[in-house]
Design a protein around this ligand. Structure first.
Ligand SMILES: [Zn+2]
Length: 335
């Protein structure tokens, strides 16, 4: 049975119950794509699914709020649930697609901006990787790395997707090593152009700061923090906070660890910079004892919301928000 069919079966048996203590669910989004857009590296939801999510949440009395509002609520609440919504990275589509829909539904969200990439107009590494595979002038190649030979078949979209899945883990290294790997891939595949930066400009990002939305920081260049020295971790985190303050006029109190990667140093830096809350990619919801600098989230991609016929499923989406599939995915017990 496919994962989708299995989740559908499980959702039939799932019953939503009110949690005994207060619970803050933080939804993790990245991009909102135009309907019909199908990039090989899909990092988000389609516009129609996102609109359906907002409509559903509004209808069940859980219209999304910012993380700041959620954390404030959690500190005084004894029971009940709230949903906060987040967007990582700072893509332009957050401004052009997510923001108008949020406003239309009376919903709010926290947007985490990768400040240095926005400033330099540089595409994040995963977009650079996808671009190389999409724009390769060589259709078949062997990428040799650390004694391994990775065969790349780039003729068809399916082959490019497979190549991306094979190469992606090799990019979770220090920024310098990743840069070298991206460069050798560019040379191997005879790619002549650089990936365009699809992040918002500062001018565009300014629109995210109004209407009760919250802006948070997401480092300067989106490194894996735990691979950096303490000094560089501080420079990445503090640098993004200061740059956002300089460009948008408000100092973020919110932060998201890039790729969900952090260690004790990151936590100490976040505390020293007086960040009020920070989100991870650990799956789960947040109870009254949640640590504000290690908040858990739940992804809500198209796949999580579409039933067997491909139509938006309210039941599946609510079961996903409830964490009905956490056990099936082998999540550690929420603590
Ligand atoms: Zn990110």
């Amino acid at each position: 049975m496919s994962g989708r069919a299995l989740r559908w079966m499980m959702s039939l048996a799932h019953r939503t119950s009110q949690p005994k203590t207060a619970s803050l669910i933080i939804v993790r989004h990245h991009r909102v794509y135009a309907d019909g857009e199908s990039p090989i590296y899909r990092l988000g939801v389609g516009e129609r699914v996102f609109a359906a999510q907002l409509e559903l949440l509004g209808a069940v009395g859980l219209a999304p709020i910012t993380v700041a509002e959620g954390v404030r609520w959690l500190s005084g609440a004894r029971s009940g649930r709230r949903v906060a919504m987040t967007f990582d990275d700072g893509y332009r589509d957050n401004v052009t697609r997510a923001l108008p829909l949020l406003e239309r539904h009376g919903a709010r969200a926290t947007f985490y901006l990768t400040a240095g990439l926005i400033e330099e107009r540089t595409a994040p590494w995963w977009d650079q990787l996808a671009w190389r595979l999409e724009r390769a002038e060589v259709r078949k190649a062997t990428f040799e790395i650390e004694g391994r030979r990775i065969r790349l078949e780039l003729e068809e979209p399916a082959g490019r997707s497979r190549a991306l899945v094979a190469l992606e883990p090799l990019m979770r290294v220090t920024p310098e090593l990743r840069q070298r790997r991206l460069e050798s891939l560019r040379d191997l595949l005879h790619v002549r152009t650089e990936a365009p930066c699809e992040l918002a400009t500062w001018e565009e990002a300014r629109a995210l700061g109004g209407g009760g939305m919250e802006i948070g920081a997401h480092t300067l260049t989106h490194p894996h923090l735990s691979l950096l020295t303490p000094e560089r971790q501080h420079a990445e985190i503090a640098g993004s906070i200061e740059l956002i303050e300089r460009r948008l006029g408000t100092r973020p109190r919110a932060f998201a660890y890039p790729g969900g990667d952090y260690d004790a140093t990151s936590l100490a830096v976040a505390a020293r910079l007086e960040l009020e809350h920070a989100v991870t990619t650990r799956r789960g919801d947040n109870g009254p004892d949640a640590r504000p600098l290690e908040l858990r989230r739940r992804a809500l991609s198209d796949g999580a919301c579409l039933g067997p016929t491909g139509a938006f499923s309210r039941r599946l989406t609510l079961a996903e928000l409830d964490g009905a599939f956490d056990r099936a995915r082998g999540v550690e017990a929420a603590s």
